[in-house]
Design a protein. Sequence first.
Length: 378
Amino acid sequence: MTDLPMPSDVAKADAAGPPPGVAAEVHGGRGNPNAEAVGEPPSVKMVVRLFVIPLIIVALAVGVMFLISLMAGGTPSMEEALERLKRPGGNRTAEWLIGPASKQRYMDAKTIVDRMKAGMGEAERVKLASDLTDILQNHTRDGEGEIRHFLLLALGRTWQLDPSQPEMNSDAARSSRARVLDVLSRYADDKEVATRKAALLATVYLAGHPEARRAIPLLVRKLSDGKEDLDVRMAAATALGPLATPQDAEVISALETAMRDGDARNAELEWSSALSLAQLGQTEVAPTILKLLSREELAQMRYYDRESDPRNPSYRALNDQEQQRILINTMIGAQKLPVPEVQQQLRNLAEKDPSPRVRAAGRELLARQSPAVPVVTP
C-alpha cells in the first residue's frame, strides 16, 4: 500500500514528471491505462471559493430583504393602510412619485384591494367609503394623480355587488352609496384629465344598485361634450353600458351619436360606444362588433396614438397585446347580444384564437351563458 501523498508532494511530482508506478496519462502523457489516478484534495482556497463566498452572498441578500421588510413595516392592517394613505406620497419627478413614502402608499393601496377581494360586510363598506372619501378630500393634493386615481376607483369598488352576499339596502348603505356618487361627480369635473376619467369609470362598480342611475345624466353630458378630452368621453361611453337599460332613449341616442363622430382620430370612441350599445341589446351595432371580434380586421386597423408621444401623435397599428385586450373587452360587451354571427364568433375565439388568454376568457364567458342567449336575425 502506498502512502496518500500530501498536496505539496503532488505539486512537486508534477514538476518532476510522473513517478514510477503512476500512470503518465494522469499527467497529460501516455502510460498504463489501468493505473489509478491520484487526485488532489480540495484546497482551502477552493473551499472558500465554492462554499463560503456564495454563503456570504446569500446571507447579504437575505439581510437586505429583511431590512427592506422592516422599513416597509410588513403587511399593514386595513386601519394602518388607511392611516398611512393620509401621509404625503413621496418626491415627484416630471411624471412620477418616487421614494419610500410613495412605495409605501402603493403597498397600502394593495392591502385595501386585497381586503375588498376577500369580501366585506355592510358596516365595513360604509366605514371604508367614509374613510376613502376623507382621504380623497382632505389628504391628497394636486400632483398626486396616481394616488387619487386609485382612491376614486377604490371608492366606487367599495359598493361593487357580490353575488355571494345578501343585498345591502339599509338606510346607512343607501346613504353611503349616494355620498359616493356625489364625490365621484365632483371629481368628474376635476381639472386633471386622468382624474375625470377615473371618477367616471368608478361609477361602473355601482352597477346593479338603484343609486347608480343618478350617474347617467353626468355620463351622457360628458359623452356628448365635443370639447371634453377623448379619454374622458370614452370613459363615459364605457360606463353607460353597465349602468343604463335598453329603455334609456337618451343614453341610446348619445351613444349612437358618438359612434357617428366621423373623425378617424376618434376611432376608440366609436368602439367604446359600440360596446355599450351591444350591452344594451342594440343589434344594429353587430357589424362594428364583428370587426372588433376579428383578428384579421384588428390587424388592419390603425388608431391615433396620443399617449406614446403626446407632442407628436400619429397613427399606428395595434400590437398583439392591444388586440387581445380589445377581443376580451368586446367578448364581455357582446356576450348577450342576440345576433347569430356574433355568438358564433364568440365560440370561434374561445376554441381557436392563438392566445391562451383570449381562449380562456371566451370559455369562461360561454360557460356563464345559461340559459342560452336567444338570437334574432338583424
